[in-house]
Design a protein around this ligand. Sequence first.
Ligand code: GTP
Length: 311
Amino acid sequence: AAVEMGSHVLLMGASGSGKTSMRSLIFSNNPASLTERLGATIDVEQNHVRFLGDLILNLWDLGGQDSFMDSYLTTQRTTIFQQVGVMIYVFDVETREMGKDLEYFRDCMAGLKQYSPDAAVFLLVHKMDLVREPRQLTFQKKKQELEEASGDTKVNVFGTSIYDESLYKAWSNIVHTLIPNATILSKHLTTFAGACNATEVILFERTTFLVIATSSSSSPSSLTSGSEEHPGPEPLNSKRYERTSELIKAFKHSCSRVREEFRSLEMELYDFTAVLDEMTRNTYVLIIVHDPTIEAAALKLNIRLARSKFE
Ligand code: GTP
């Protein structure tokens, strides 16, 4: 039986900012090209997304048209802002109405502060693919603007696009804050990595393929940035998690188009071995080993033996 989580996730932003597209991309298997067919969201479209089997995320995709926005902030204020675990606010980077966007955003932040002061806040500067180079500069400017508008509330700002892996990075961080035992999972993964002599072990959620935990760090983001700043003896690509999510998601989609179900993946290359396999009913595990004496079959056996620890 599914257990409803006490809190819900708010997904907000102006009309056309891209909320529905990103939600369908992350939580179902829609490729990015299908999003143009989505209609405008009317009022509150409440979506229960089953996650990790028993966890239910309550996504409120709020139609961003003005009349709806106004009612969220008045009559429906209590319903919307109570028991919020995470608020995600999407900004179209190319918007011509940043002033109005910010005004609504400040109102939402006030509602959140009043009813759910402990909620985590994620701000997505979306459609980054439309920005001309240097993109980083535009992003930094927007980020600063949003942080100023947020007052003393701590916010996490990400640049995103449905056309590359950046969306997976942002959503992995969002989902990470919602997993109650993420630290314990990381600890188990570190032990498991040691037992496999693995360079790294990564746990993915089954349907979204978002990174839940990794062996080397308790949060997906800290490792990503850390490896850039302190390249060890073997610098790992800082985008490897989100790129893997994106690739496997696309691969799974191709499998379903030829009516095949994705089960597992094995790669034995010149300098590393990778095995991706089911860990539990709701998760997949990826093991990366840089040791030519360890065979994929041995790693698969280890996964089988470790399963009960992760259920
Ligand atoms: P409402 O339902 O009206 O609140 O809008 P919404 O925020 O749900 O926007 P929706 O997902 O319907 O997207 C609006 C348009 O933006 C669609 O044509 C999408 O294809 C497009 N879009 C979404 N994400 C991106 C992106 O990352 N880059 C680009 N270039 N276009 C995007």
